[in-house]
Design a protein around this ligand. Structure first.
Ligand SMILES: *[C@@H]1O[C@H](CO)[C@@H](O)[C@H](O)[C@H]1NC(C)=O
Ligand SMILES: *[C@@H]1O[C@H](CO)[C@@H](O)[C@H](O)[C@H]1NC(C)=O
Length: 575
C-alpha cells in the first residue's frame, strides 16, 4: 500500500514537473541568452512538448534536504541543469534527487555529462584489491570562472567514483570567480552535498595560491589536486592512494585521458606516458618510445616521471614540508614544473600510475597575461636551473629582457632549498631526466637559422616534419643547435634533428640508427650547410614554390655560392 502511495506521489511529481517545464520552456524562448558565457553551454532549448522524463539524461544522484516544491527552476536559465525528486528516504526529511540534463544535449556532447567513461584500464587493473587501510583523501578542486555544468560534472564525477571510505572531503576552492552562477547558487548547491565544502578567496590567487589555500584547509592524509574540468574513470583513486601510502614522498598522477573540447569525445591515452618539459619551460605529456607487450607487468606498473601535470596526489605532510606551491608564481603557468623539479631535487619522486585514469577537458584557456607567464618561468629558472638557466634565456628572449629590468625575489625559496638540502639541477638532468637534450649552444653555431636570400628563419610546417622559411620569432620555437656531433637539433626540446629524405629537408627523431643521415657540416665562411651523406647543400626555395603541397621550402641541391644557400645562426641574446 505504502509502495503504491509512493508511486502515485512520484507520478504526481513528474506530472507537476512536466507542467513546470512547459511554462519554463515558453519563458525560455524569450529569454535573452547573454548570460550563457560558458563555452560548453548547450544551445539546446526545450521544445514545445518537453516529453517524458526519460527524455532526460541522468548525470548524478544527490541526497538533498530540499522539498520538491523547491526544485530550482532558476538553474534552467543558465545551464538547463535540472533536479528531479525521485524518492524520499524513509524516516528522514532527505530526498534523493536526480540531476538531469535534457537528452538533446546528450546528442550534442556525445554521451555527455555524468556518463561513465568507457573502460580504458588494462584488464589487469580490474581485479586489484586495495587494502582497507588506505589513507584518507581530500580532493581539492580550484576553479576560476569555470562553466557550471563542467564544474558540476567534475564534482559529481569525483563523488561517484571515489569510495566514501577513502574520500574524506571534497574542497571546492573558488579563486575569486566573477560569474553569477558560481555565487549563491553554487553555495546553495554544495551546502546540500555531503562531504563537500566550498571555500572562497576574496582575491585572485592563481592556480598555486588557490591550491595552497585548499591544502591549508584540508585534513585528509593525502591531498588530491584536481582541475575543475575533469572526469574520473572508475577506480581512479585507490591506486593513487596505495602508491602514496607505500612511500609518503611519492607524488603520483593518473594517466590523463583527453576529452575533446568541441565534441566532448573521450580518448584514452596510450600507456606508457610521462610528463616532461623543454628548455622553454613548457610542460607536456609525452608517450614513451618503448612499446609494451600487453602481457608484461610493466603495462600496469607505476613508472617514474620527470614532471607531472595538474592532477596529482601527494601526502599532506610531505606537501607542506617540501614547500607547497611556490606562492611567488602567480596566475597560471610554471607551477607544475616548479613543483616537479623541487619534489625530485628535495627528496621526493614522481610517477604515473597506469591503473588510475582521469580525463581532462582539452580546454582552450582564456588568453592570459603573457608577461606574468614569463615572470613565472623566470622564477623557476632562477630558483632551480643553476647555470643551465642561460639555455632557457637564450631561447625565451622576452624572459631575458624582462629579467634585465627586474629580478625575482627568490630569497625564501633559496632558504627553503638550503633547509631541505636539495640537490642541484645537474643531478636532475643526469639522473631523473637524462633524455632531455642539453644543448651546446655554441656562438655562431646555434640560434635561429636565417637565410640570406629569402630573409626568413627556418621553421617547421605546422603539424608536419617538413621545414619552411617563416618570419623570425625570437621566442625559441625556431632555435637550432648545431652540435659537435654534426647534428642540427631543433626546437626547445632539441629531440628532433634536421634530416634529409630525397631532396627534402625534414625533421626526424634524433637517433643513432640513422645517424649518418642526420650529419651536417656548416661552413662558416660561405654559410653553406652541407649534408654529409649526399654532399649536397641546403637551399631555400622562394615563397610559393610549393603552394599548399605540404612540402617544405628547404631542399638539397648541388653546392653553389648563391645566397639561397647562405645561412647564419643568429643568437638574439647572450645571457
Ligand atoms: C540580449 O543581451 C545582449 C547583451 O547584453 C544585447 O546586446 C541584446 O540586445 C539583448 N537582446 C534582447 C533580445 O534583449
Ligand atoms: C625578498 O623577500 C624577503 C622575504 O620574503 C624579504 O625579507 C626581502 O626584503 C625581499 N627583498 C627585496 C629586495 O625585496
Amino acid at each position: 500500500m505504502g509502495q503504491l502511495r509512493r508511486m502515485l506521489c512520484l507520478w504526481l511529481l513528474l506530472l507537476g514537473f512536466t507542467l513546470v517545464l512547459l511554462i519554463v520552456s515558453d519563458l525560455f524562448h524569450r529569454e535573452n541568452e547573454s548570460s550563457l558565457q560558458d563555452f560548453d553551454s548547450p544551445r539546446h532549448r526545450f521544445r514545445g512538448n518537453p516529453g517524458p522524463p526519460d527524455d532526460l539524461e541522468l548525470i548524478g544522484d544527490a541526497t538533498l534536504e530540499l522539498l520538491p516544491e523547491l526544485v530550482p527552476i532558476s538553474s534552467l536559465k543558465e545551464d538547463q541543469l535540472l533536479f528531479v525528486a525521485s524518492t524520499q528516504e524513509t524516516e528522514s526529511k532527505k530526498w534523493s534527487y536526480r540531476v538531469l540534463l535534457p537528452a538533446a544535449r546528450k546528442a550534442e556532447e556525445e554521451g555527455a555529462p555524468d556518463r561513465s567513461l568507457p573502460e580504458a584500464r588494462h584488464p589487469k587493473c580490474l581485479g586489484d584489491q586495495y587494502s582497507e587501510s588506505l589513507p584518507s583523501a581530500s580532493v581539492i578542486i580550484c576553479f576560476h570562472d569555470e562553466g557550471w555544468s563542467t564544474l558540476l560534472r567534475t564534482l559529481h564525477s569525483v563523488l561517484n567514483t571515489a569510495p566514501r571510505a577513502f574520500l574524506l572531503e571534497l574542497l571546492l576552492v573558488d579563486d575569486h570567480s566573477t560569474h553569477d552562477h558560481l555565487k549563491t547558487r553554487l553555495s546553495e548547491y554544495t551546502s546540500h552535498l555531503d562531504g563537500v565544502r566550498l571555500i572562497r578567496s576574496d582575491k585572485r590567487l592563481g592556480v598555486g595560491g588557490c591550491r595552497n589555500l585548499g591544502a591549508s584547509e584540508a585534513s585528509g592524509e593525502v591531498l588530491v589536486f584536481m582541475d575543475s574540468h575533469c572526469e574520473c574513470q572508475k577506480g581512479w583513486l585507490e591506486p593513487l592512494l596505495e602508491r602514496v601510502a607505500q612511500d609518503r614522498t611519492r607524488v603520483v598522477s593518473p594517466i590523463m585521458d583527453v576529452i575533446h573540447r568541441e565534441t566532448f569525445q573521450y580518448s584514452a591515452t596510450q600507456w606508457p606516458v610521462w610528463g616532461v618539459f623543454n628548455w622553454n619551460l613548457e610542460f607536456s605529456w609525452e608517450s614513451k618510445p618503448q612499446v609494451l607487450d600487453d602481457e608484461s607487468d610493466l603495462a600496469v606498473e607505476a613508472a617514474l616521471s620527470p614532471a607531472l601535470g595538474g592532477v596529482l596526489a601527494i601526502d599532506r605532510h610531505f606537501f607542506h614540508n617540501v614547500g607547497a606551491f611556490d606562492p611567488g608564481i602567480l596566475l597560471r603557468g610554471g607551477e607544475q614544473i616548479e613543483l616537479s623539479i623541487r619534489v625530485w631535487l628535495c627528496g621526493g619522486s614522481m610517477e604515473v600510475v597506469p591503473c588510475s585514469r582521469v580525463a581532462h577537458l582539452d580546454h582552450s584557456l582564456p588568453s592570459q597575461d603573457h608577461e606574468q607567464l614569463e615572470r613565472n618561468k623566470i622564477r623557476v629558472a632562477d630558483t632551480w636551473l643553476d647555470n643551465y638557466r642561460s639555455i632557457f634565456y637564450r631561447r625565451d628572449t622576452l624572459a631575458h629582457f624582462i629579467r634585465q629590468s627586474e629580478r625575482p625575489n627568490i630569497t625564501e625559496r633559496l632558504q627553503l632549498m638550503k633547509k631541505l638540502g636539495c640537490r642541484d639541477f645537474h643531478w636532475y638532468l643526469t639522473t631523473v631526466y637524462p633524455q632531455l637534450y642539453v644543448p651546446q649552444d655554441r656562438p655562431e653555431l646555434s640560434g635561429e637559422m636565417y637565410n640570406v636570400a629569402v630573409g626568413g628563419c627556418v621553421d617547421r610546417l605546422p603539424g608536419r616534419d617538413a621545414m619552411i622559411l617563416a618570419p623570425c620569432t625570437g621566442t625559441g620555437s625556431q632555435h637550432c643547435d648545431f652540435n659537435s656531433d654534426g647534428e642540427v637539433r631543433w626546437g626547445p626540446a632539441g629531440a628532433l634533428c634536421l634530416d634529409a629524405v630525397g631532396e627534402q629537408v625534414v625533421l626526424s627523431e634524433c637517433q643513432r640508427a640513422i645517424g649518418e643521415r642526420l650529419q651536417w657540416t656548416y661552413i662558416k665562411s660561405s654559410g653553406q650547410l652541407l649534408h654529409r651523406l649526399s654532399q649536397l647543400c641546403v637551399e631555400a626555395l622562394k615563397d610559393g614554390q610549393h603552394p599548399g603541397s605540404g612540402a617544405g621550402d628547404l631542399v638539397l641541391r648541388s653546392c653553389t655560392h648563391h645566397p639561397a644557400q647562405q645561412w647564419h645562426f643568429e643568437q638574439l641574446v647572450s645571457p
